[in-house]
Design a protein around this ligand. Sequence first.
Ligand SMILES: Nc1ncnc2c1ncn2[C@@H]1O[C@H](COP(=O)(O)OP(=O)(O)O)[C@@H](O)[C@H]1O
Ligand SMILES: [Mg+2]
Length: 341
Amino acid sequence: MISIKDVRKVFPSKQGQLKAVDDVNLDVKEGEIFGVIGYSGAGKSTLIRMLNGLELPTEGSVTVAGRVISKIKGSELRKARQEISMIFQHFNLLWSRTVSENIAFPLEIAGVGGSERQKRVKELIHLVGLEGRENAYPSQLSGGQKQRVGIARALANNPKVLLCDEATSALDPQTTDAILDLLVDINKRLGLTIVLITHEMHVIRKICHRVAVMESGRIVELGQVLEVFKNPQQQITKRFVQQVTEPEETKETAEHLLERYQSGKVVQLSFIGDSVEQPLITNLIRQNNVTVNILQGKISQTQSGSYGTLFIHLDGSEQEVIKAVDYIRSQQVGVEVISNG
Ligand SMILES: Nc1ncnc2c1ncn2[C@@H]1O[C@H](COP(=O)(O)OP(=O)(O)O)[C@@H](O)[C@H]1O
Ligand SMILES: [Mg+2]
């Protein structure tokens, strides 16, 4: 759906040439939710703005939905942009227009007639859950509602691609989750390809299928979200992953846990992908003569499965405890025995 080939973007600056995007190659598949994460100044916005022709690459080519965006201009580009819409951190709504009028705006520009326009606005209001707020002005809306208007407006002309530039960065965590749920819903229902950029790993974890990590204009790591969480390669990626893994999961606290027990073993389980924690624990107890105490842990859901860590204490005869650990190992769960009690 999207193909970025050998793309560079250089801005002139007082200190000479500034390479905002540096030799990026990237393909995004149809129907995918693709995330780009990086710190401020990494070049994320410049990259995403090249996908709808708001910026032109200095070198290389950008193709979206069969059109070479980096080559076309004028009316052809305007037409292409109806298929590649965008939402923003600060919503970019028209403040003197109501919710309905904001959503109708791109339809007016596309020349959609009155009654059809009204019908479409109604559908969009329903899709994003803004019923009852049709006649409100943006200043009367909460942040989450404003972004819902932004999303409805972006979807008005049935785009193939939705670009999200820090779309939840101005929202509180609960509202962020509601907007992310809406994006997943839209992705599933409409088969829309979504490219989002963010500096928050929570956003990537919650909704993306694949992620690219950007640093100084370059993509330094790319992969399936679950894989990147499980096995981050670059230092910067490890720091991003740490944003969403809890500090309790460190070895120090694991060692702290040991002090509580005189017998048995404390075992750290690492879940990844399809291995779901609940049946494992149930079967562990059913099939082995051990007692199991869940000490602490955190299991997070991603779009392609769960991952996380769980600390448990196993007690029983030495033989039974060894058998239980072997059983866990056979279940495709990472096992590390922290202690011998
Ligand atoms: N229009 C511009 N003119 C000059 N420099 C720019 C322009 N847009 C972005 N930059 C610079 O390019 C770099 C990347 O910016 P940006 O793409 O906005 O990063 P991000 O979105 O990851 O924070 C920054 O150093 C920024 O100052
Ligand atoms: Mg930005």
